[in-house]
Each structure stands twice: as structure tokens, then as C-alpha cells.
Design a protein around this ligand. Structure first.
Ligand SMILES: [Fe+2]
Length: 314
């Protein structure tokens, strides 16, 4: 039946016309959500209109940063020991290929008591004051959105989301703003981000709107373009969620294939994981979230060897 193929939308907008929202307890809907996340590992999310507007605003401001000369962007370069700042194209390789990903990244995060390592102080580009305010608003909105998503998911996955306030106490939230340059010609590479699973717990993605973001999900062995309904974001689960739930939750493989896109593209990607000091309950040898993430981070950032593990909060 066609209806079963429609991707569920977790609705946080206050518009109750969509089924999956806080407080819903219809067993048939709960079962649809369970199946979708166990089999495909992604759902759509309709955030509040204010959250959606703040994302679009930050996308615009960020483009003005990325279009600056490299010497200006270097002033906020990401440095080993702190996951904050600008990463030039060619540093990451999501699938371990020799050909690196063709994307620039500007990384921010929510601060903490220990302003080092995963929780380092944000670094804002000079001369673009609107970015600082916009990032602050977006971080706040996206953090709240993740809290609300966890509440909705508790009906379908009492483990682990029934304890979301413990699971995500002082969570590790990172906002990456990705920039993909227009293609340099028909013979230039098009793979902006190679195929991979995210390595955190869950990720909210706002790809460039307009149907040409290049974001693709692997579903049943076939690449599918992501075409989000208007006003929605994509939520995907990552390897940490798979490990945490012993694969009850699925982490989907995805990639960004520019297909020689002729326009600048900016996507916002918000990662949420438990606090780096938390121990993964299902891990055979005692392993913290921070150790898990650092291990995976090293695999995609071979040249930087970031040392963040000594700096997590307890
Ligand atoms: Fe990803």
C-alpha cells in the first residue's frame, strides 16, 4: 500500500495535522515510527517556524563568510584540540577515499563549564557580527528541537529515549555549516562528501533548499535524492545510536553528490550525542562517548589527529 511508503514527519510546529507529535499514543503510529527508524534510520522533522527561519537566516550569513578570501577564513581555522572554526576543503574524507571531500566546514558548538576540547569557546569571524547573533539563536533553537524530538521518540523507543533527560544531560552538540563550491567544470569531481554513516547519536540536517542539494540516502542498496517536504529537516541516526541500541536503531549510509552543481550550496548539520564522559552501556569493554567519537573523528581527519579526549567535562 502506497501510504506505508510515506516517510513519517515528527511534527514540532504546533500544527497537529501531522500525526507524529508530542503526546501521541496511537499504537499504529508508534509502530510506523519504530519500523521506519529500525529499517531506514531517518525521519523528517517539522520544527517550529521560528527555528526554520533561524536556519535559513544563518545559511545566508554563512555564505558571506565562505565567499571571503581564504586569508580571512584562515583567521578562524580549526586547530587541533578544539572542535571550533573553519576547515578548508580537502581535509576530510568521509569514506576513507584518497580523493578528499570537496567541502569547507565552519564549526560551532554549545559551550560548557570546561571551555576546551569538545566544549571549546566558539570562534566568530571578524567583520561579520550578524553571524555571532545568528549562530547563538540557531544553537538554542536546534538544541530545543533535539530535546523535543527525543520526547516524541520516547513513545516508539522507551529505550533509550524514555530516559532522554539522563541520556542527553549536558549533551555534546556540534553545528557544522558545510559549504560546497559550484563545480569547476564537467571533468571536475562531483563527490562533495563520500558515502558514510554519521558517527554521533543523531543528526539534524538542513540541506540547501531547491531540490539540488546533492544529499542522497542509500535505501535498500539504491541511492535516493533527499527531497524534503517544505519546512522540514532530515533526522538521521548515527553509529553511536546503533552501538547504544545494539542495532535496534539503524544508521543510514548517505553522501553528497554535487553532480556538477552550478550554484553555491550551504547545508546546516547539527549533531547531538550524549556527554563525552558517559560510558556506552552496551559496549563490551568500557568505552566512553568521547573515546568512541574521537576514534571515528580520527578516521576522517587523517591529517589533524585532533586531541580532544583529555578535555571532556565530567
Ligand atoms: Fe553525514
Amino acid at each position: 500500500m502506497r501510504a506505508k511508503k510515506i516517510t513519517p514527519i515528527v511534527d514540532l510546529s504546533g500544527d497537529t495535522s501531522e500525526a507524529f507529535c508530542t503526546g501521541q499514543n496511537d499504537p499504529a503510529l508508534v509502530s510506523r515510527l519504530q519500523n521506519q527508524i529500525s529499517e531506514k534510520g531517518f525521519v523528517y522533522v517539522r520544527p517550529s517556524s521560528a527555528t526554520f527561519a533561524s536556519i535559513e537566516e544563518l545559511r545566508r550569513y554563512s555564505l558571506s563568510f565562505f565567499l571571503q578570501p581564504t586569508r580571512l577564513k584562515r583567521k578562524v581555522s580549526l586547530r587541533p584540540g578544539a572542535y571550533r572554526g573553519w576547515t578548508p576543503s580537502g581535509v576530510e574524507t568521509a569514506d576513507g577515499r584518497r580523493q578528499p571531500d570537496i567541502k569547507e566546514i565552519l564549526s560551532f558548538g554549545n559551550g560548557g563549564k570546561n571551555e576546551a576540547g569538545w566544549y571549546a569557546k566558539n570562534r566568530f569571524p571578524e567583520g561579520l557580527p550578524e553571524i555571532e547573533r545568528s549562530v547563538g539563536e540557531c544553537l538554542e533553537n536546534l538544541s530545543r528541537t533535539m530535546d523535543d524530538i527525543s520526547e516524541v521518540l520516547a513513545s516508539a523507543f522507551p529505550e533509550p529515549f524514555g530516559h532522554a533527560s539522563d541520556l542527553f544531560r549536558e549533551p555534546l552538540d556540534i553545528l557544522n555549516i558545510n559549504y560546497y563550491q559550484p563545480s569547476k567544470g564537467p571533468s571536475s569531481p562531483t563527490m562533495n562528501v563520500g558515502s558514510h554513516k554519521d558517527f554521533g547519536f543523531m543528526t539534524l540536517i538542513s540541506p540547501m533548499p531547491g531540490g539540488s542539494s546533492g544529499l542522497q540516502l542509500s535505501i535498500a542498496g539504491r541511492w535516493r535524492n533527499v527531497n524534503l517536504p517544505a519546512g522540514t529537516l532530515l533526522l538521521v541516526f548515527g553509529e553511536l545510536a546503533e552501538a547504544w541500541t545494539q542495532s535496534i536503531i539503524h544508521a543510514p549510509v548517505h553522501r553528497v553528490n554535487g553532480f556538477g552543481a552550478s550554484l553555491d550550496r550551504v547545508s546546516l548539520v547539527y549533531f547531538r550525542s550524549p556527554n563525552p564522559a558517559q560510558v556506552i552501556p552496551t559496549s563490551r569493554r568500557s568505552r566512553t562517548v568521547g573515546e568512541f567519537l574521537l576514534d571515528r573523528l580520527r578516521s576522517v581527519r587523517a591529517d589533524r589527529r585532533p586531541r580532544l579526549d583529555a578535555n571532556v567535562r565530567n
